[in-house]
Design a protein around this ligand. Structure first.
Ligand code: ADP
Ligand code: MG
Length: 335
């Protein structure tokens, strides 16, 4: 008799959900990325109870009624179709598993109306069990309401931090999403209260000033072979006490990358005191086939083919401006 059996799709979904939606901030990121992939220019996010209830409303291209149930299937996506596509991604999504994962651990009400359609359609899914599709009123775009997060998996519920900590993580994620999409309007409500409203901006620099609330900021860029870096940053008198104000983006995806963070610190080295950290947002762009964004389910890390080029480009982008700026202390005897 054999001991081994293939896991049921429900169990597989829940295992995957553990990686993709480890905490509410991750699922908020997935939902907002979907809105941006759908070319939304307005994204409204409401969250309650530490993110156990989340609603994302967008004015993107919407989905057909046939696609509503498909969007909740695992490995079902409209964004790629062959392996080759993985090396020329133009969208945030491509794994086709975010909605399936979220749906397996929550109740989802999905309402969508495609451009040109006369009405919206709605589907309700409870822990993966889908309702019939209803015709409903609604404007163009997609609204996803997620409720009862992890109520079918009490063990996971226990791993959530305090509501305040989860809310902070959600707001940090949304800041990053808004930083990387200056042309999208974001409206953010926490427990029914408007906490951020960021209208669309004209440039990355305007967006950084708007969101980090520091003005003026400086900008610089540098190219090292096929790596391009662009940075917006505060002058060395405007400092932070932690490295949390260094925002990194690769191919416009928000990433955590110690090496690139070190590159930012390196550029400021002689300008900051011990315990002071720069405030900066840095974008790194390389040819799509020179970076792997598919090394982690939450896509929060990437792998550069040549990490040292990326380091030098980032340090260079900051230094090119920092070195000319008036705040550089004159060396003794130079006066
Ligand atoms: P992925 O983004 O990797 O394709 P998801 O599970 O996040 O996988 O979404 C599955 C599919 O559902 C997407 O490929 C897209 O076609 C559709 N979809 C999801 N969210 C939206 C949205 N806000 N607007 C339009 N289509 C959406
Ligand atoms: Mg997605």
């Amino acid at each position: 008799m054999s001991d081994i059996h293939v896991l049921s799709p429900e169990v597989v979904d829940q295992i995957a959900a553990g990686e993709v939606v480890e905490r509410p901030a991750h699922l908020v990121k997935e939902l907002v990325e979907n809105s941006i992939d759908a070319k939304a220019t307005r994204v409204h996010v409401e969250f309650f109870d530490g993110g156990r209830i989340v609603k994302v409303i967008d004015n993107g291209k919407g989905m057909s009624p046939e696609d509503l149930p498909k969007s909740l299937e695992r490995f079902a996506t409209s964004k790629i179709s062959k392996t080759d596509d993985l090396w020329k991604l133009k969208t945030f999504g491509f794994r086709g598993e975010a909605l399936a994962s979220i749906a397996s651990v929550s109740k989802i009400t999905l309402t969508s109306r495609r451009e040109g359609d006369e009405q919206a359609h709605q589907l309700v899914s409870e822990y993966g069990k889908k309702s019939e599709i209803d015709k409903v009123g609604g404007s163009q775009g997609t609204t996803i309401l997620m409720e009862n997060l992890f109520e079918n998996t009490p063990a996971r519920l226990k791993f959530l931090k305090s509501d305040a900590a989860e809310n902070t993580a959600i707001k940090t994620t949304l800041k990053a999403m808004a930083l990387s999409h200056f042309d999208v309007e974001f409206r953010i409500q926490e427990n029914g209260k408007l906490v951020n409203f960021w209208p669309a901006c004209k440039s990355r620099k305007d967006r950084v000033e708007q969101i980090l609330e520091i003005k003026p900021m400086y900008e610089g860029e540098a190219v090292r072979e096929n790596v391009k870096a662009y940075a917006v940053f505060a002058d060395p008198h405007n400092v932070a006490k932690t490295a949390r104000n260094i925002w990194m983006f690769a191919q416009n995806r928000w990433i955590q990358d110690r090496s690139l963070q070190a590159a930012v610190n390196e550029a400021y080295r002689s300008l900051l005191m011990h315990g002071e950290y720069p405030i900066a947002a840095v974008w790194v762009e390389v040819d799509p086939d020179c970076v792997d964004v598919n090394i982690h389910p939450t896509k929060s890390q990437v792998k550069f083919q040549n990490p040292s080029l990326a380091f030098r480009a980032v340090a260079g982008a900051l230094r090119s401006t920092l070195e000319q700026a008036p705040w550089i202390p004159k060396t003794a005897g130079a006066a």
